[in-house]
Each structure stands twice: as structure tokens, then as C-alpha cells.
Design a protein around this ligand. Sequence first.
Ligand SMILES: C[S@@+](CC[C@H](N)C(=O)[O-])C[C@H]1O[C@@H](n2cnc3c(N)ncnc32)[C@H](O)[C@@H]1O
Length: 202
Amino acid sequence: MISPIDVFNSWVLNGKDEGMQKNHSIAVNSMIQMLIGKSNKEFSFIDAGCGNGWVIRKINLHDLCSYSIGVDGSKNMINKAKKIDPSGNYVCSDLIQWKPKEKVDFVHSMEVLYYFENPSKLLKNIYDYWLKKEGTLIVGVDFYKENLISHSWPERLNTKMTLLSKKEWFECFRQAGFSHVQLSQINSGNDFEGTLVIKANL
Ligand SMILES: C[S@@+](CC[C@H](N)C(=O)[O-])C[C@H]1O[C@@H](n2cnc3c(N)ncnc32)[C@H](O)[C@@H]1O
């Protein structure tokens, strides 16, 4: 088995990182709408597992975004993000131990959390060190128990993934301390159960 970071390092070498922007855009656009909505206050933003940084470049265009930072464990992803956007903030680090210098209003993460053996541990780090008091976290995952077509992915990518049900995801967020944990499924169709979106407050 290959580590998820090595898988994604290799994706940059063959340009597969760009496919993620195409495939995740619909869900991410809805997630950003759910996160920021009609808010008229300035906000700061972290993308946890930002890949090549496309969500950071998108959010930086928002009039009310005062600061944003993308974090990813893949050196190749972060080098690519910095090359495309030299003035953006991108950091290469394992999310499990990274802490921002200042807490933010919003944390977003798309298709990242199931690469952790114990997602609650990462959620606890976010809860304790990343978010301001009134902060909100939004997470999207396509790999979950009820989405049967996703079950073959660990074998296909030859890497470890943690398969949880909707109820188990809910419990992970609660275990980490989050309140107002809300689950929804978006963009479902054919055999795809939809992206499981989990939104929670501190
Ligand atoms: C499926 S990609 C999603 C990337 C991006 N969110 C997007 O939608 O395009 C998963 C990302 O999680 C990152 N990742 C996986 N495990 C990580 C870890 N332990 N620490 C930091 N990043 C990690 C990978 O490097 C990869 O860029």
C-alpha cells in the first residue's frame, strides 16, 4: 500500500490533480454557499487538504475574504499551488499536527478526512486550534458506507481509507466537541449517493 500523500504527489506529475477541480466543483460550490451564504462580515478561511490550491484561488476572489491559507501534505501539490499563485498562502504539512498562527472563521475540506485512520483526531485539532469561537467547519466526503460505488477506491488507489457510515461521521464530529452537526447529501445521481456534506460549529 502507498501512503495517501505519495498517491497525490504522483497525481501532480501526471496532471490528475486538475481533474479534481472539475470533479469536485459542483459540491464545493454548494459547500461554500452553505458556509458563507449571505454573510456580510469579513472572514478568514483555511482549506484543509487544499491539493493544488484551486479553492483558495476561488475564495480569494470573494470580496469579504480577508485572509486564506491552504494546507496539504503533498509537496508536489503545494509547489504547484505556489507556482500558479505566488502571492497565495500555501503550506506543506501533515494536517494532524499543523496549527495556524491565528484562528479563522471558516474551515473547509473536500475529499480529505477519510485518508486519516482516526478522523476524530484531526477534527479535534481543528476544534482546539484552528477555529474561532463562532467558527464553522464544512467537510465533504464521497467515500462513505452508504455510497456503495466508493467502496472499491482503496483497492483502486492502493492506499488506506477509513470507511464510515453517516452515523459514524456524525459521532466523530460530536466526539471532537463540535455542536450543531448537520449532514446533507448533494449532487446525487445514478449509483452515486451524493457528496456527504457535514457542517458543524464550535
Ligand atoms: C482527493 S485530494 C483532494 C484535494 C482538494 N481538496 C480538492 O478537492 O481538489 C486529497 C488531498 O488530501 C491530502 N492529504 C491526504 N492526507 C493528508 C495528510 N495526512 N495531511 C495533509 N494532507 C493530506 C492529499 O495530499 C491530497 O491533496
